[in-house]
Design a protein around this ligand. Structure first.
Ligand code: DQA
Length: 143
């Protein structure tokens, strides 16, 4: 089985970006933890971060060609803006879990709506880097 972990815009700044909201864990640490979880479950792993909506859409298309079984995605700000990411995930029909470090529902109202949540297998938010660990564990359980 193959799991793909996707990260949207500004998540490359984790560790220095608003640590009171997003914590001090870096993206490399999050990716390493997920890679370790997948290896322990004998599941293939790849990860990708981009600040570009187009690159994320193209990475999702490639996931279909690569026969990825499950996607864990933190769409970051594109959560609240991107019909294109929604359509890409719907188009490839790869099951996915939506993840957020913060709890968008406890923040500004423009973060309350997600273009992806109703298509997701599940949504995990508000638990910092632990949100990712729980999402990867849940994905591995489904495979
Ligand atoms: C985020 C929440 C989004 O609202 C925000 O735009 C992000 C990060 C999170 O992980 O908490 O960039 O997805």
């Amino acid at each position: 089985a193959e799991l793909l972990l996707l990260h949207g815009p500004n998540l490359n700044l984790l560790g220095i970006r608003e640590p009171h909201i997003y914590g001090s864990t870096t993206l490399a640490q999050i990716n390493d933890a997920a890679r370790t979880q997948c290896a322990a479950a004998d599941c293939g792993f790849d990860c990708f971060q981009s600040n570009s909506e187009a690159e994320l859409v193209e990475r999702i298309h490639r996931a279909f060609a690569d026969k990825v079984d499950f996607i864990v995605i933190n769409p970051a700000a594109f959560t609240h803006t991107s019909v294109a990411l929604r359509d890409a995930l719907a188009g490839v029909a790869i099951p996915f879990i939506e993840v957020h470090l913060s709890n968008p529902h406890a923040r500004e109202t423009f973060r309350h709506h997600s273009y992806l949540s109703d298509l997701a297998k599940g949504v995990i938010c508000g638990l910092g880097a632990h949100s990712y660990e729980l999402a990867v564990a849940a994905a591995l359980k489904q495979l």
